[in-house]
Design a protein around this ligand. Sequence first.
Ligand code: UN1
Length: 504
Amino acid sequence: MNVEKKVQDLLSNLGVKLVDYKGSDLKVHSPINGSLIAELALDTQATLDKKIEDAAKAFKVWRRVPAPKRGELVRIFGNILRDHKEELSQLVTIECGKIIEEGRGEVQEMIDICDFAVGLSRQLYGLTIASERPNHVMHENWHPLGVVGIISAFNFPVAVWAWNACLAFVCGDTAIWKPSEKTPLTALAVQSLFEQACQEFGDVPEGLSSVVLGERTIGEQLVVDPRVALISATGSTRMGAQVGPKVAARFGKSLLELGGNNAIVVSQHADLDVALPSILFGAVGTAGQRCTSSRRVFVHKSIADKLFNTLKKAYSGLSLKIGNPLDGKTLIGPLIDEESFNTMQSSIAAAKDQGGEVFQGQRHPLEDLKGGFYVNPALVRMSNQTQIVCHETFAPILYVMEYESLEEVMDRHNEVPQGLSSTIFTTNLQEAEYFKQFSDCGITNVNIGTSGAEIGGAFGGEKETGGGRESGSDAWKNYMRRQTSTTYYGKDAPALAQGIRFDI
Ligand code: UN1
């Protein structure tokens, strides 16, 4: 398969002139077969500085455009995405390796957040608060925030930007996007589609949206620059632990979306026909490379053998479904790269050392896609939640453990440092409610898997997951500045709050 040629065709259909970005700094490979698909020049300190300056200037203009009008730009962009959904989905699949069905799902997630943002552009509202003083009124106003720096990860190379950027644009902000070095082409393609939307809209300030390509130093420059009001960063806990303090040190705002170590509790009251497909999608979908992927299963001891054997059977059948992610019949594509494969192998070795019974997890060589790192997803039965189980490995490894009572298992469920997503499978209402009360995660589901959240809810989690909330609900408030305003409309000398008298 000539991936490079396909990439060139897709990029030109998406309006990207690759020659404009050509260079020798960054080699981009497709995880499908390891082939080189582009060589790009990276931004320098000076070009990033200019982009930040332009974004700051554009903010001064964009913030004055009425919000519903700003929504109109996002509406146009959503329609352009609809028109180019298939090409962009294919590019996502080629660049990050997720199966085409999930590539389409990711672009659909962008379209969904556009729709959400358009509606929101007429619903950015604050509160009226009762004042303790006569003839006073208190309001909460929301104002545009400024330049938003978006740092995104390889596994959702376009949707996570859209969650942030589409809300930021309707909120009156401007955005600078630093995509993962592993997936720069999808970012360039999205930027090109966004520029087409700007052209159709007309009169958009230059610098409203830009992409910056670079490695860590460029990311750091963006993070420490005081002109960037908010840094929204998605990626590893290690990355977040560096970004958070740096932004805080300059009193900037940060929104962190970091690691997950998501667990599923399968109760003795579960409907296993409902549970099984969700466990499989959560654990092996996207080759285990979602921050919401299912990594731990706690199964009630009365059904533990039954579930483990059923999972084992399902896992052995998966090898037929591993393959080229562009092929509609494939369910499991490659890992992003060799490093990721090596990390998976060392986690499996650690699990064995720590008493795990490991089923599968080896490389799955594919004759025609030799340079890709395809694996048979691993199933590991553990008697204890050891150190490796508490660690997030970004690969398809599912640890299965037993439990006796829901009260007891919630402590183990919450014992890991991450707190993103969690699920219980049960038909018992009391168990479902108990689980929701005591799961410490930002997302807690009943009878659906840990991954695949809709955009309408706030997305994010607690503890090492970073505490941020993106996408739906009131996540838009991250992209605006809150202002409390008290107005006195009386004619006498105004009263002071707290009953203080200050008679002159
Ligand atoms: C991510 O893995 O960083 O809930 C985002 C999900 C997707 C988003 C995942 N809607 O699995």
